[in-house]
Each structure stands twice: as structure tokens, then as C-alpha cells.
Unconditional design. Sequence first.
Length: 327
Amino acid sequence: MAQRILEPGEIETLASRDVPRIILADRDSLFAARAERLRALAATSAIGDYLQLLAVLVDAQHAQLAALRPERLAELQSAAMAQQPPAVAAAGMPPLHAASLARDDEWRSILRALCRTCLEHGGFPAEAHGVLERLIAAPDAWLDAQADAVLEVPGAAAIDAVTAPFVMAALQVYWTALALAFKPTDLAPMADAPGLCPLCGTPPVASVVHARAPHSSYRYLSCALCACQWHFVRVQCSHCGGVGKDIAYRALAGIDGDEAAAARDAAVRAETCDHCHGYRKILYLEKDPGVEPVADDLGTLALDLLLGEEGYQRVSQNPLLWQASGD
Ligand SMILES: [Zn+2]
Ligand SMILES: [Zn+2]
């Protein structure tokens, strides 16, 4: 029997069928690992004090997610699922679409609880106390308008950059709780929007190359909201789809000043694109098993400064460090 040789496109199709496409966040470890990583990075960071305070906020996120009782969690999940007719899911729309899902009031309770925990901690500076007290006292309608703003609901109010990280922190807990209703096999990357989260439609904060089977050496984009990770081919811009010579990797030079060696060996690099002049960070678990998308993105702000000076633009925000647009 004659053997037919596979064309390159067919080989890729066969290969991608075996790739586990989705990795969902783990309730017990997501925020705990992030807080631990923030503390580890704080020890050697120029913004160490700031990272330590963020670790307090992330600890509070962990506590809020852990405190949701099973009945309450099931109630929130079924209310969210009921909003999506099956036909929409079948059409490839994200089932927990951030910009259109009607949120339960629970998200505001989570926000106020996060703020109270941070206030009680006592380590936050006076200006932050003012922000936290303002959030606790804010009318529900204002908080909902701010949630709409950070979730990019069309026609939303302007983002209040000072309160946005706390608002986003509460929304992360809420969306992560809803995401627990899904199994990886329920989802697949969106064919017409491969750079957006297939669960909630949010852009990724960074990407991660995994080091352990069955995900080993595959690259996943990591959602800034629900922490879902979805497969995305390597050496391709996750913003515009640019490939080939437009893609390059940058990292901060080590103490020896060798930037080329750093770009090869660093556990956190920036994947730059000369087609759209954008970039996102890419993390390598093989180089450092502790890297975490939100924490390590914040831990490498010097790389953002370097790339900004060279005319590259960040293509999405870090959920815990909001910059007003135009900054
Ligand atoms: Zn998501
Ligand atoms: Zn691009």
C-alpha cells in the first residue's frame, strides 16, 4: 500500500489535536501561589514594598474565594450559566463573557471585604487608606460603573485608575469562582479571536511556556480576569497574529550586562512584534518553576520601561496596576 506523505499543514493539525487546549485555575493554589511569588519577588525588587502590599491583597483574594460556601457558589454559577442560551455557546462565544454577563451583588461584597482586610492589615500608606475607605463607602451604582469600565463594557464611564486594582481584584475572585463550574474539555480557544480568553473574552496578562507533561513546552495565554490559560502557538504575536521576522524576544540584562544572553536565558522575556509594535511578557516555567503571570509581569516593570523607550506598547493592562489611558 502506497504511503501518502503528510503536507506541513496536516502535520500541524494532527499535532495540535493532541495539545491540551485549556488549563483552568485551581481554587486552592491560584491566589496562594501568586501571593507567595509576589513576596519572593519583593525581596529583590526596587518596588518591594509595593509588591508586599499587593501580596496582602492577593492573600485576601484567596481568603474570599476559599470562604464561598458550596451552596452559594453553585447559586452564583447557575445564575451565570442561565444567562447564556446554548446556541450562543455553540457559536463559540465565551460563556462567561466579561463585558456582557450580569454580575451578582456578591462581587461588591467581595470588594468591600478585600478593602476591609487591607485596612485592618495596617501596612498600607495613608493615601491607600483613603482609597480603601472611599471604596467601602461608595454607592453600589458607582462600583458597578467602575466594574463596567475595567471590563470594557461599551459606553462605560472613565476608569478611576486609583481604585481600579481593587475593583479588578474583586472581579477576579468573582470570575474565578464562576470558572470553577467548567472542565477544560468544555472549552476550546476561539477560532476567530485566539488572543482572547475562551471563557470570559478578556485579553491575557502574559503567556506561559509550561514545563510539565502533558503541557510541557506548549505556550498558553493567561487570562487577566478568570486565570484560564489557553493554548496559543509559539513565536506569534498574541495581539495581531504577526509571525516570523516581526517577532523578537527581549529581557533585562543580568548583572554582567549581557542583554543577548539574558534574552536567551531569562525566565521572563518580552515577546515584541514589529508588525503592531506591541509586546507581552512570556514566562518560562522550565527556567524558573515559580514564575506566575500577574506577579512576574509586575516584577519586571523595568523591562516595560525599556521597551516603552524603544517605542513598543504594552497590549494589555496588568490587573493589579492600572494606568489611566494616555499615561
Ligand atoms: Zn478569562
Ligand atoms: Zn503584533
